[in-house]
Design a binder for this molecule. Structure first.
Ligand code: DC
Length: 231
């Protein structure tokens, strides 16, 4: 039996990264954060001194970007040539502009095809020894891996998502931190939703609303969906 693909999509603050990572660790699967690839592409373009507005040049850079990815859920990591950019890709300055790469219609297919390659490898070999992969992002259930054995759209109320992101970025979910987060999160999701549908589940995709769930409860719900799929 080939390895499994678990595809998880959702908006910012839905908790998909930490849930996907925990589930992958629990099942001995590889873990791919596709948003981090858009972030790495952003860092690479800026490092090369090219404006994100030059869409064709950005796509060319993404085609030749020397990106290496660690798929280990216990130690996910990203390198551009020998530079470890795992922390740099999370910089707020990158978060503020990454949508420009995510909405670049020439660059997207390049990243989608490397994501498909990674998934194909993990279904028969790779880090997981062929056990499979949990891949998360915005278009995994619909574009990257529509044939995944398990497809989940993880959603949460705007209130819950903003509170989580504020805690992550500002260390607090107080009203000032939430207000500062609102502009970033809501603005980015609006820009990104122009190129990927991640607020409504496509046919065959299970919607999991975790507004009222702890992380452990969400992980449990995802594990149950995987078990229901007979894996
Ligand atoms: O999940 P994140 O914030 O790290 O994602 C970074 C950006 O990449 C964000 O603008 C959404 C976009 N993205 C995307 O368009 N498609 C994906 N599969 C994953 C992320």
């Amino acid at each position: 039996m080939p390895g499994i693909t678990v595809a998880i999509d959702g908006p910012s603050g839905s908790g998909k990264s930490s849930v996907a990572r925990t589930v992958a660790g629990h099942l001995g699967l590889a873990y791919l954060d596709t948003g981090a690839m858009y972030r790495a592409a952003t860092v690479w373009t800026l490092t090369c001194g090219v404006s994100l507005a030059e869409t064709a040049r950005v796509a060319d850079l993404v085609r030749t970007m020397p990106l290496r990815v660690s798929l280990d859920p216990k130690a996910p990591g990203f390198w551009l040539a020998d530079d470890d950019v795992t922390a740099a890709i999370r910089d707020p300055a990158v978060s503020a502009v990454v949508s420009q790469v995510a909405t670049n219609l020439e660059a997207r297919p390049v990243l989608v095809s490397s994501q498909r390659e990674i998934i194909a490898i993990e279904r028969s070999a790779g880090f997981s020894n062929g056990r499979g992969i949990v891949a998360e992002g915005r278009d995994i259930t619909t574009v990257v891996a529509p044939d995944a054995e398990v497809r989940i759209l993880l959603v949460a109320s705007e209130e819950a998502r903003l509170a989580r992101r504020a805690k992550e970025v500002h260390g607090s979910a107080g009203s000032v931190a939430v207000a500062a987060t609102r502009a970033e999160v809501v603005g980015r999701d609006r820009a990104d939703s122009a190129v990927a549908e991640f607020m409504t589940a496509a046919d065959g995709v299970a919607t999991l609303d975790n507004s009222e769930f702890s992380k452990a409860q969400t992980v449990q719900a995802v594990l149950e969906l995987i078990e229901e799929a007979g894996r």
